[in-house]
Design a binder for this molecule. Structure first.
Ligand code: DHB
Length: 486
């Protein structure tokens, strides 16, 4: 009896403790502070709901939190840009860079942070145009509990929080527009492609995510670093002939994510690896069964030539044409043929010489497991792993050092587009700089072509001379978001 009583009390205390440890997922509209700052000569006032832990059972609560900002005018019954407090779309930018852990974006700009700094221009502009802003932090690769698909699952859980609380919050959670750059762009595409898919359910359940769906309305992605298990082939298909490189070294100094340059030349062994990867690419492209606008299959031959290559170059051509139309002088560059102001052709090889190689082969699944992506595919106990059979074969590694196929699958949006169990976002705006060498052009081209072939609304371009970066055309971005929301 005594033992029973003791264990009952113990159980009761544990229950109370658990209830306290569990985070409430009901949005409290009274918990805000008023913030303001000048944007384009106008005072922007917002209600700020910050540091909301968006899961019931957080693992890294310092990252699994959400900042929500609402323009003050909405609380006076005013309209902004045609939107009301009920109809305003929700802009959902993430600050993920390098697949590192990320804090949510903030209204008041923090000191420099992450590879793209603490720049919050996108959220200020979004708010000034009447969008509600919700930005979530997410776990990342440097933490044992941040391995794939943790960061993505976190962002999904934040979306579920917004949808779960739709009636209690300003804005329309049926109109969520995700936005991110690089690894954050990858996250944005993954949110758009994999929504509601059962593969992620056990992870969401373990976190105690709100009981809601996680599909979103639209995706804005800048230079998404995606399709990782095929990106090594795409990179060498493009840069095979370029042997000098300027490599970016990623480091984490006192929590700050840094990128530094290191120059070098590929040795014979690396050139051999590049040749093998380049040779393997056509079979991958041909297996996708992608179609051009006329319904013709997009292919590459054994040399890596074909209409898929022409499609990639057509985007470069369009980019150069647009640059000329805005006054950029391209008459002196040796890789473009121009006649009467019209771009006739772009020389692929010369264009790659102008671009320069950044990464050494394999660009993503590094043979010595040294890439950021190797760390993405680790586990709680194994920090870095391979994610391609090529790397396993090339290094004669024990196949157990290869990430599980489900973990690899869950980080690639291409695997979910067209899967009936996923709800793909309807609208996509993808930008990849025409001088971005962090991944091959084929990577975004495969993404948008896959989506286009399945009937999704695509706005895709390679902005001229742009390196690896994002949020550089925000006025155009919000013209696009307005066009899909109204
Ligand atoms: C990022 C850049 C890369 O080149 C990469 O491989 C992964 C992530 C980034 O900037 O987020």
């Amino acid at each position: 009896m005594k033992i029973f009583l003791k264990s009952s009390i113990c159980f009761l205390m544990m229950s109370i403790f658990n209830a306290q440890a569990q985070n409430s997922l009901v949005f409290d509209s009274s918990k805000f502070v008023e913030l303001s700052q000048e944007v384009n000569g106008k005072l922007l006032k917002v209600r700020a709901y910050e540091n909301i832990v968006y899961v019931a059972n957080p693992v890294e609560a310092n990252f699994q939190k959400l900042n929500i900002y609402v323009p003050e005018e909405y609380f006076n019954g005013e309209k902004i840009n045609g939107f009301t407090v009920e109809t305003a779309p929700i802009f959902f930018p993430n600050k993920v860079g390098g697949y590192m852990p990320a804090m949510p974006a903030t209204f008041i700009n923090p000191p420099q942070r992450g590879p793209f700094g603490g720049n919050n221009q996108s959220i200020l502009l979004a708010l000034s145009k009447g969008y509600i802003v919700a930005s979530a932090g997410a776990r990342g690769r440097t933490s044992p509990t941040g391995k794939a698909p943790a960061g993505l699952v976190d962002l999904k859980a934040a979306i579920r929080y917004l949808k779960f609380n739709d009636k209690l919050m300003a804005g329309d959670a049926h109109k969520i527009i995700s936005n991110g750059t690089s690894a954050g762009g990858a996250m944005s595409t993954l949110l758009g492609a994999t929504a509601n898919h059962p593969d992620y359910e056990p992870y969401l359940k373990a976190l105690g995510a709100a009981t809601a769906t996680d599909d979103i309305f639209a995706v804005s992605a800048y230079c998404p670093i995606i399709n990782l298990e095929n990106a090594d082939m795409a990179y060498e298909w493009q840069f095979n002939k370029i042997h000098n490189y300027k490599k970016m070294i990623f480091s984490n100094v006192n929590g700050e994510f840094k990128r530094e340059m290191k120059d070098g030349t590929l040795d014979a062994e690396s050139i051999n690896v590049s040749d093998k990867l380049k040779k393997a690419f056509p079979a991958y492209v041909n297996s996708l069964n992608l179609k051009d606008n006329e319904g013709k299959k997009l292919e590459l031959d054994g040399n890596g030539d074909g209409n898929f290559k022409e499609l990639v170059m057509s985007y470069i051509l369009a980019s150069a044409q647009k640059a000329i139309s805005t006054g950029v002088d391209l008459s002196k560059v040796d890789f473009i043929e121009i006649k009467d102001g019209k771009v006739i052709s772009v020389d692929f090889d010369k264009y790659m010489t102008y671009m320069e190689r950044m990464k050494t082969p394999p660009a993503f699944d590094a043979l010595d497991n040294s890439s950021p992506e190797n760390q993405v595919f680790g586990t709680a106990t194994v920090d870095k792993r391979h994610f391609t059979n090529f790397a396993i074969q090339q290094t004669a590694s024990d196949p157990s050092t290869l990430a599980e196929s489900l973990q690899i699958k869950m980080m690639n949006p291409i695997n979910y587009i067209g899967d009936a169990q996923a709800k793909t976002a309807k609208h996509w705006r993808v930008r990849h700089g025409a001088k971005d060498k962090d991944t091959g052009f084929a990577v975004p081209v495969i993404l948008v072509t896959t989506l286009k072939n399945k009937g999704f609304n695509i706005d895709f371009a390679l902005p001229w001379d742009k390196p690896h970066s994002g949020d550089y055309d925000l006025e155009e971005l919000f013209i696009w978001t307005d066009s899909i929301c109204k």
